[in-house]
Design a binder for this molecule. Structure first.
Ligand SMILES: Cc1cc2nc3c(=O)[nH]c(=O)nc-3n(C[C@H](O)[C@H](O)[C@H](O)COP(=O)(O)OP(=O)(O)OC[C@H]3O[C@@H](n4cnc5c(N)ncnc54)[C@H](O)[C@@H]3O)c2cc1C
Length: 476
């Protein structure tokens, strides 16, 4: 990405990576129930000795992790008459897509808001019959000038004493109207400029003919000074403070793909991605998974950490199950973290995690949309108000989740791989250590150390299922 000018001269209000703990103790997810049932006073070692072995002789595939990758592979192999066992250390199926009805009667997604989108018919075919998929009804928004939890923006912010109407996310022409003067009518005033919106929109359409969206890198790469200035304004108002909080590093240290995931639309559209299917399952994702996994050839063990059974013997390049070589016909699919599987031999791969502060508010509506980003608020990045997901009925009450990004540490879920150059190199070293171990396959967000949207995770699962089918066909 071309280096934005303000990188060299950061604005005084630029948020530094600041991580403050959420005000309440993180209420979700609760710590998983111990997979090792320790008797009082038992040491970890004694507890390990108490773990009941799991007999995998009856299974063709042992799948670690019950997210999209694990579940889709299990379903596909079960349909080929292969016996599958899924081990999941959480208390529930559905991985990060897990949702449930909370105490206010509102369907909430416990690991952050998930909206399904795909342009692939193959991917859509995998999920479409397992749910009543509805078109999402509520665009996200960005509120540059509020910190609803603190009441005011932090001191010295240029918008400390002014209010900017929340704008639609992904950014579209309405952000230009808001900042540069609404719609172009004579004297129309924006927050930063008066009546300059029409001119800027025209310049953008001329600079990017035939395009309906561009990345911030492309805006910066323009030779037009108005476009570069616009990129700078967006960058300082949103990208820099949001990214610093989200990732804990300056935006320039990240792979450009991370920043470029957020497009600027050159119209008034609201689609983050331009694909055919953009849906949410009416009864929730957990129900979709439940139906997908309901198959006579699939068994599931919840609250079960696979690492209590699976070990890698690096000296002999072999995977061991309960201390013994794997049964000849068994294949293991690992969808957990690659560094954890390797016993962190080369050190930890860094991840960002999230702490969710769940709150009940006794009001009809808390904020102007389902998901509002507050780039300039202290500590948290966004607030999700779940009753606005498919307009749920909950009079006088609403459930919100405030998202605090944190460095993943002990006991915290690793959510997002931090894709810096150094981390990608470390990942490649882990891959070299593990690839080639017979009867072991790795795939998924954590195993591949990649950010996958759900559709990409399903595509990855289909690729793995094809490889397994090929292997099985060759073995006959
Ligand atoms: C906050 C957030 C919001 C997101 N929003 C969207 C969105 O709107 N749209 C979209 O398309 N994508 C979204 N995603 C991405 C989506 O969550 C991923 O694509 C998806 O989770 C990938 O599936 P997976 O199977 O690779 O991983 P996961 O869903 O994480 O599944 C891996 C499973 O493995 C289990 N596991 C790990 N280690 C072990 C072990 N040792 N033993 C047993 N089990 C183990 C874990 O508990 C977990 O359940 C979002 C992600 C996050 C973090």
């Amino acid at each position: 990405m071309n280096k934005p000018s303000l990188f060299q001269n950061p604005a005084p209000y630029a948020a530094r990576p600041d991580e403050i703990p959420p005000p309440a103790l993180m209420s979700y997810p609760p710590p998983p129930p111990p997979a090792l049932m320790r008797s009082a006073g038992a040491s970890r070692r004694e507890a390990l000795e108490q773990v009941q072995p799991i007999d995998i002789h009856n299974y063709d595939y042992v799948i670690v992790g019950c997210g999209f990758v694990g579940s889709v592979v299990a379903r596909k192999m079960a349909e080929q008459n292969k016996k599958c066992l899924i081990l999941e250390r959480r208390r529930h199926i559905a991985g990060n897509m897990f949702d449930e009805v909370d105490e206010n009667g509102i369907l909430v997604q416990r690991y952050g808001v998930h909206l399904f989108h795909t342009g692939s018919e193959d991917v859509w075919d995998v999920v479409k019959d397992f749910g009543d998929w509805r078109v999402r009804d509520n665009p996200s928004r960005v509120d540059f000038s509020s910190d609803p939890l603190a009441g005011v923006l932090h001191h010295n912010h240029p918008f400390e004493n002014s209010f900017i109407e929340p704008v639609v996310y992904p950014f579209n022409f309405s952000v230009i109207d808001t900042l540069y003067g609404g719609g172009g009518g004579a004297g129309a005033s924006g927050v930063l400029y008066k009546d300059k919106a029409a001119e800027l929109k025209e310049i953008l359409l001329k600079e990017f003919p035939g395009r309906d969206r561009v990345t911030i890198s492309e805006l910066y790469a323009s030779s037009d000074k108005d476009i570069i200035e616009f990129a700078d304004i967006l960058f300082e108002l949103d990208f820099r403070p949001y990214t610093s909080k989200q990732w804990g590093v300056d935006p320039e240290q990240l792979d450009a793909s991370v920043i470029n995931r957020v497009p600027m639309l050159l119209n008034y559209g609201t689609e983050l991605v331009k694909v055919k299917y953009q849906r949410v399952p009416k009864e929730g994702f957990a129900k979709v998974f439940e139906r997908m996994l309901r198959h006579q050839n699939i068994d599931i063990a919840l609250n079960t950490d696979a690492l209590d059974h699976l070990k890698i013997d690096f000296d002999n390049n072999a995977a061991l199950w309960d201390g013994k070589p794997l049964p000849q016909n068994a294949t293991i699919l690992w969808t957990g973290a690659i560094d954890e599987l390797a016993g962190y031999k080369l050190g930890k791969l860094p991840y960002r995690s999230l702490a969710f502060d769940w709150r009940t508010e006794y009001t009809e509506s808390y904020q102007p949309g389902l998901c509002v980003a507050y780039p300039n608020a202290k500590g948290y990045t966004r607030i999700v108000e779940y009753k606005k997901l498919l307009s749920q009925y909950a009079p006088g009450v609403t459930s919100i989740a405030v998202e605090y990004p944190l460095q993943a540490g002990k006991g915290m879920e690793p959510y997002y791989p931090i894709l810096t150059c150094g981390n990608k190199k470390l990942y490649e070293k882990y891959r070299l250590m593990i690839d080639g171990i017979p009867q072991l396959a790795l795939a998924g967000r954590l195993a591949d150390y990649k950010y996958y949207d759900m559709d990409a995770a399903i595509e990855r699962a289909l690729e793995i299922a094809r490889q397994f089918n090929k292997k099985d066909a060759a073995a006959v």
